[in-house]
Design a protein around this ligand. Structure first.
Ligand SMILES: [Zn+2]
Length: 212
């Protein structure tokens, strides 16, 4: 993000708290002494979940000494995952950032701030998407996208939406998953090569993070 004051590139980081992270309007105060105490018109930036601290992405301009934080769209809606969602690990070591899985639980669950939830739009099977994101070819792209130090690399939600995904028709997605399950590791690597080079009419679309 460019700093709106000086137009220089801002540094991405996170602001963390062991309790509710919120903005309190002037003249109000947080009521109560619990970890989730907030004022009546507070703007909630992040919540803590169990042992995981509240965490929100923030851009910092070293020149102007300003920090910009996006207010999450809705309080909790973006943190609930249900069966068929794909989960993307946005903060990890540089080797592991972008590790992706699809959620198969029957009961909805709450995810922590370092996971980005991708809700499917009907064009892609969750298992295909998570498999695609974990391919070596995708890993290379994610590695080049990740910003930050070795211990804490990051890919933010906007960047996730810019990742090009090859999405063939559903029957070919099914075929890919079937062959992956049937073949051993070395055959699977060889199979990927031909699959993406010859078999697919490449359709690049952008993932959309869908609102509930
Ligand atoms: Zn600035």
């Amino acid at each position: 993000m460019k700093c709106p004051y000086c137009d220089r590139e801002m540094r991405l980081g996170t602001i963390n708290a062991s309790n509710l992270l919120s903005w309190t309007p002037d003249g109000e105060s947080a009521s109560g002494v619990t970890r989730w105490a907030k004022s009546p018109n507070a703007v909630v930036l992040a919540k803590w979940y169990g042992l995981i601290d509240a965490s929100v992405e923030a851009f910092y301009c070293e020149e102007c000494r300003k920090i910009i934080i996006d207010v999450p769209e809705k309080d909790l809606a973006g943190c609930v995952v249900k069966e068929g969602d794909v989960l993307f690990n946005r903060t990890n070591s540089k080797d592991l950032v972008g590790k992706t899985c699809h959620f198969t639980g029957k009961e909805p669950m709450i995810i922590a701030g370092y996971i980005i939830r991708l809700r499917m739009n009907g064009k892609v099977l969750p298992e295909y998407l998570s498999t695609f994101m974990n391919l070596d070819r995708s890993k290379k792209l994610l590695y080049s996208m990740a910003k930050g130090a070795v211990g804490q690399a990051n890919i933010n939600a906007k960047e996730v939406q810019s990742i090009p995904i090859i999405i063939p028709p559903e029957n070919i997605q099914q075929e890919f998953l079937k062959l992956r399950k049937q073949s051993d590791k070395s055959k699977y690597v060889a199979y990927q090569e031909t699959f993406f080079r010859e078999k697919i009419i490449k359709i690049y679309i952008h993932l959309q993070l869908q609102e509930e």
